[in-house]
Design a protein. Structure first.
Length: 207
């Protein structure tokens, strides 16, 4: 089975407020992202939380109830070092994965432009290409979310402290499938208020 790790441990200092809980699509940013992922073949999401973990978990659980998404589709994992880098949260998620995990999709909690369609294409590309790593690409640049198969789990747990998941891609270029993306949104996350406004504008334009 394919599971997802949703990185939601950030402290949002540059945003000035917890960006994962900002209003988006009738709910919150993180709730919208989780909802999109759960409309795909991904079996479960492991949400890696930090300092604001209780608030993030409460928001997601409320949105699960309102959208009739099974609460069992979400597992919350606490990163004991939320000030650490992204790789520390990825590793927390990997350690909590069910034993039947064939691959994992790593998604950013501040990437509300993610769509169920994109996730489904990534999952399908992993099956069709036979490659162990799939990454969306736009304009020659690699974006998010990223999928990698189980044979790399232990490697990510033990290596790439200075590079993060970029190190995995660099170490295995022959096993990377670059999936062409339809939009530059795969390159965009949210750090500042103007980034949030950009994502709101993008959503409104698509409606």
């Amino acid at each position: 089975m394919i599971h997802a790790i949703l990185l939601a441990a950030g402290q949002s200092r540059r945003m000035g407020a917890q960006k994962l809980l900002l209003p988006f699509g009738g709910g919150t940013v993180v709730g919208h992202i989780a909802g999109e992922i759960l409309r795909t073949p991904v079996a479960r999401i492991l949400v890696v939380v930090g300092t604001d973990g209780a608030r993030v978990a409460a928001a997601l659980e409320n949105e699960c109830v309102s959208s009739e998404v099974p609460r069992s589709s979400l597992t919350f994992v606490t990163n004991p070092n939320p000030a650490g880098d992204m790789l520390s949260s990825v590793r927390c998620g990997l350690r909590a994965l069910p034993a039947d995990s064939e691959a994992v999709l790593v998604a950013l909690g501040d990437h509300p432009s993610i769509t169920a369609g994109l996730v489904a294409r990534i999952v399908q590309a992993s099956r069709d290409s036979g490659r162990g790593i799939v990454v969306p690409v736009y304009g020659g640049k690699r974006g998010h979310p990223l999928l990698f198969c189980a044979r790399y789990f232990q490697e990510v747990l033990a290596r790439y402290d200075d590079l993060g998941l970029r190190g995995l891609l660099r170490a295995h270029p022959e096993d990377v499938f670059e999936l062409p993306a339809d939009s530059a949104s795969v390159l965009s996350d949210m750090d500042y208020p103007q980034d949030y406004q950009r994502e709101l504008d993008r959503r409104h334009a698509a409606e």
